[in-house]
Design a protein. Structure first.
Length: 351
């Protein structure tokens, strides 16, 4: 599990620390405060280490592999013109960006750096002694089931401007269904999702996803987008990618969902967190954050280790406030606007 992320001069962050909860982490902020950047950076770092044992051909991490693949991954995920564009540029001259990831198991700890003139290289300052043992999952704001057919092969053979998280997630979506001792746990997770979707997710031999409702397969393109996002989570649970230990990074889970579905999503997030998945979400939805806060008071979720992070933009960059509840992270403009509108609506109705 990721314990600490320390940043110096990374995009909008001059100097920031994130001390994460073991189960659930909620990052809140207005647009432009770096919510997605935090998810992508943590995801990229864990992804590189989790794939190293297979792709580096070495039992233990090496600087040569990590320096090369970390630079490639950051560039493929963030899509800057060159790596140095990710370093903060608030003053003349060269600026050095430093990133340090500390895990609950210190054997995974890693630190690396690059500067504003870096083209495609990073320097590993702290080398982990072991590869991370679980591949992380990243869910972007849009669903990916409708672009899945042929997307991975197209991405790997042509120059597409889609960020690499889309490719990574499509690979996981196409994995075979899990079998064995985990099947009962998977079925317990899937039941409320399939009830909300009123169907089951099917992947046919041609590589197309369908929602099977009462034995009739409906093309995923014809399914409402909110249900497609539920279907994506259901598929990742069914393949075992979101079962047992692991990491889930989800950018704006509430995007294009109605409140009823958001409630299902909130409970699913907490189910996953309770099962051993370390969950990181970025949001500026008051409804979702309140729903999570309400659920955390219920007996089945009360013991979860959770942290809330408020991102605040100032003259010297984005500062971070964190705490055990949403009340500890300061006033977030996006949330305050929703509260203000509710007050104004009630005032108009009272006239």
């Amino acid at each position: 599990m990721l314990k600490l992320l320390h940043l110096e001069n990374f995009t909008v962050f001059a100097d920031a620390d994130f001390t994460f909860g073991e189960n659930l982490n909620v990052i809140v902020g207005a647009n432009g405060t770096g919510k997605t950047h935090i998810l992508k950076l943590a995801y990229s770092t864990i992804n590189v280490s989790s794939r190293g044992n297979r792709e580096a051909g070495q039992a233990s991490p090496t600087k040569t592999y990590l320096q090369s693949d970390m630079a490639r991954k950051l560039t493929s995920v963030f899509k800057p013109d060159e790596l140095g564009r990710l370093a903060r540029r608030d003053r003349p001259g060269r600026t050095r960006c430093e990133v340090r990831c500390q895990f609950w198991q210190s054997k995974y700890d890693i630190a690396f750096s690059f500067n504003t003139s870096s083209k495609s290289e990073v320097m590993v300052e702290l080398l982990p002694s072991s590869w991370v043992d679980k591949v992380p999952v990243y869910l972007p704001t849009r669903e990916l089931l409708t672009i899945y057919p042929g997307f991975v092969s197209l991405y790997e053979t042509t120059h597409l401007q889609f960020e690499e998280t889309w490719r990574d997630t499509c690979v996981l979506l196409g994995a075979p269904l899990a079998r064995g001792p985990r099947e009962k746990q998977i079925r317990d997770f899937l039941e409320p999702l399939e009830e909300a979707m009123d169907g089951k997710v099917i992947l046919n031999e041609a590589g197309r996803f369908y929602l099977s409702v009462a034995g009739v397969n409906m093309e995923m393109h014809l399914v409402a987008e909110g249900l497609r996002k539920l279907a994506m989570i259901a598929r990742l649970i069914a393949t075992g990618s979101l079962v047992d230990k692991g990491y889930l990074f989800w950018d704006e889970p509430e995007s294009n969902l109605n409140p009823k579905i958001i409630k299902v999503i909130a409970r699913t997030i907490l189910y996953l967190a309770r099962s051993g998945i370390q969950v990181f979400i970025a949001s500026h939805s008051l409804f979702l954050i309140r729903e999570i806060d309400i659920l955390l008071q219920e007996a089945e979720f009360r013991g979860l280790s959770s942290q809330f992070f408020g991102l605040h933009l100032g003259e010297s960059g984005v500062s971070v406030m964190q705490g055990d509840t949403v009340d500890d992270i300061g006033d977030i403009d996006a949330l305050q606007e929703e509260l203000s509108q509710s007050d104004r609506y009630l005032e108009v109705g009272a006239v």
